[in-house]
Design a binder for this molecule. Structure first.
Ligand code: ISL
Ligand code: CA
Length: 585
């Protein structure tokens, strides 16, 4: 293993080098769908290495890899059976070392996914734990007897009434010892018991091993679920929601979570510098996020919250509704304001669990290119660290799923299996909802070029490729200077060069406007105005001082520039970013 001493771009004018990630942009790779090097239809590490030039051209500072560890792939690698080895499907540890060398040599850091709320049921720790009640690792997981007075293994005998993220109970009965184990996700993802110090120290040791190998930080999967409220008990049963109760408050942001994060910091991060650690946190509030990300508390650099991902969700797991723009602005504006004094935001529209943003909040038909660019500008110029999910930078869209058989993801499959026999089940309605909301939308293979299988593989892709790849692909985007790709490249460049993008104060304008997203960023007498039209129609921007803004410097936009006129009217899905010296905004 030989990571050369690498020089990362300093973005020196932008200040605080310990917090280098404030001027950085992260690119998330979902390895199985990124690039296949050996024709087995599944993306892999050599495939990623082959695309580093592309990522360097885009200009990103960091790549985050979704899990590549050894795994039975029940949840596509979020079920890990060996934290210190690579799944043969993705490559070898040597490939990781090569990736680190090659990425570092291009000034790109590498962040790994850390999935330690749970392991795979094939992890040796769990195999031992389930083997007998007096096994030394018994207490590494959550084992409980059946509910008092109930026959073990019968419906309703589960130790608590919680429902799993992936449908059904969070408890699986295990005949070997006649007890149940806890799994917040699939039954093949048993939860680790973080109350046990041996568990925590085994995790810290593994993390240190990876950092010593040369990685640059962690994206921590559901890390705010590791501390559970004790004793484990039933959640409140809401009317009309069947036999399951709401366990969420009993396992989210639990009582010891900050203690555990601070311990992890001391045991793993203290004394190392310049890492990026981001915690994925369903249900995290702004007040909690402030605690997690206040540098003085020594926990994390930033968190992923999900509030804005709930903005268009309704009834039931896959239900959704049309975006009401003021709601989105209210949520993101609150997060901007909430973390302005201490702490830091991460900014994202997409990841491997979300439908494609251009299909979700944009117009993926007539205005695909315009709306993809507008969404990018609105996100990237906020205060925080932006994350790009593979394919977002070329405006990849949702997949036209046409039948339940098209879904690969465990969340969708389990849900369908759980509801299809229930009275009144409406398959057409569910299919329509799932097609729009399923995580599979993010997981169709990356579209590299117009050749067969989109240049993703020379074999049969593990998942069908979006048929629009002949028009929407990286080759075409790189070749076209007006593409979504080159717009992202410019936005990344703005973050690297304009201090106001990194450090400017945020102010939301027009919170009630149903079409226009508008905000300013200000720093040391420079003010930047960011505008986006979330509609198919022309829309006037009704802000103070609009004529002065119309006459100021246009930093970036997604339509040919117009002669300055009185007022600003945005064309469909238009974005414009203006810069002014002086105390505007
Ligand atoms: O994906 C979701 C909704 O569609 C979320 O509920 C998601 O399951 C949750 O945000 C946690 O996600 C993370 O942990 C899961 C894994 O399946 C996801 O891919 C991962 O991002 C369990 O490890
Ligand atoms: Ca492969």
């Amino acid at each position: 293993m030989s990571t050369p001493t690498s020089t990362f771009p300093a973005h020196a004018s932008l200040g605080d080098q310990d917090a280098w990630w404030k001027s950085a942009v992260v690119y998330q790779i979902y390895p199985r769908s990124f690039a296949d090097s050996n024709g087995d239809g599944i993306g892999d590490l050599p495939g990623i290495i082959g695309k580093l030039d592309y990522l360097e051209q885009l200009g990103v500072d960091v790549i985050w890899l979704s899990p590549i560890y050894k795994s039975p792939q029940d949840d596509n690698g979020y079920d890990i059976s060996d934290y210190q080895d690579i799944d043969p499907m993705f490559g070898t540890l040597d490939d990781v070392d090569r990736l680190l060398d090659e990425a570092h040599g291009r000034g790109i850091r590498v962040v790994m996914d850390l999935v330690v709320n749970h392991t795979s049921d094939e992890h040796p720790w769990f195999i031992e734990s389930r083997s007998s009640k007096d096994n030394p690792k018994r207490d590494w997981y959550w084992w409980r007897p059946a509910r008092e007075g109930m026959e073990p293994g019968t419906p309703g005998a589960e130790p608590t009434n919680w429902s799993s993220f992936f449908s059904g109970s969070t408890w699986e009965y295990d005949e070997t010892t006649g007890e149940y184990y806890l799994h917040l996700f699939s039954k093949r993802q048993p939860d680790l018991n973080w109350e046990n110090p041996e568990v925590r120290h085994a995790v810290y040791e593994m993390m240190n091993w990876w950092l010593d190998r040369g990685i640059d930080g962690f994206r921590m999967d559901v890390i705010n679920l590791i501390s559970k409220v004790l004793p484990l008990k039933d959640g409140i049963v809401h009317e009309g929601e069947g036999r399951f109760g709401d366990g969420f408050p009993l396992f989210t942001n639990g009582p010891r979570v900050h203690e555990f994060m601070q311990e992890m910091y001391r045991e793993v991060f203290e004394g190392r510098d310049k890492l990026l650690n981001v915690g994925e946190m369903p249900g995290v509030t702004i007040d909690e996020a402030k605690l997690f990300t206040d540098p003085a508390r020594k926990e994390l650099d930033m968190v992923f919250h999900f509030e804005h991902m709930g903005v268009d969700r309704e009834w039931g797991k896959f239900g959704h509704t049309k975006l009401h723009l003021p709601d989105l602005k209210a949520i993101l504006g609150r997060w901007q304001e909430g973390l302005e004094e201490s702490g830091w935001n991460s900014l994202y529209w997409n990841n491997h669990d979300q439908p494609r943003v251009v299909s979700r909040f944009g117009n993926d038909g007539e205005y695909r290119v315009e709306s993809a660019k507008m969404l990018a500008a609105i996100l990237h110029l906020q205060r925080g660290t932006p994350y790009i999910y593979q394919g977002e930078e070329i405006g990849m869209t949702n997949m036209p799923f046409a039948s339940f058989d098209d879904f690969q993801d465990i969340e969708a499959r389990n849900y369908y299996a759980a509801v299809k026999e229930t009275p009144g089940f409406d398959p057409d309605a569910l299919l329509a909802n799932m097609a729009k909301s399923t995580r599979d939308n993010a997981r169709t293979p990356m579209q590299w070029d117009a050749s067969e299988h989109a240049g993703f593989t020379e074999g049969t892709p593990w998942m069908a490729i979006n048929p629009n790849y002949r028009d929407i692909n990286a080759d075409a985007a790189v070749a076209d200077e007006h593409s979504v790709f080159h717009f992202y490249r410019k936005l990344i460049d703005l973050r690297h060069t304009l201090p106001v993008v990194v450090n400017g104060d945020f102010r939301m304008l027009l919170p009630e406007d149903e079409r226009i997203y508008a905000y300013t960023r200000s720093l040391d007498g420079t003010t930047m105005l960011v505008l986006g039209n979330f509609s198919d129609d022309e829309a006037p921007v009704e802000i103070d001082d609009v004529d002065a803004w119309a006459a100021s410097e246009l930093v970036i936009g997604n339509y040919p520039a117009q002669e300055p006129a009185s007022g600003i009217t945005l064309r469909p899905w238009e974005t414009r970013v203006y810069l002014r010296e002086g105390d505007a905004g």
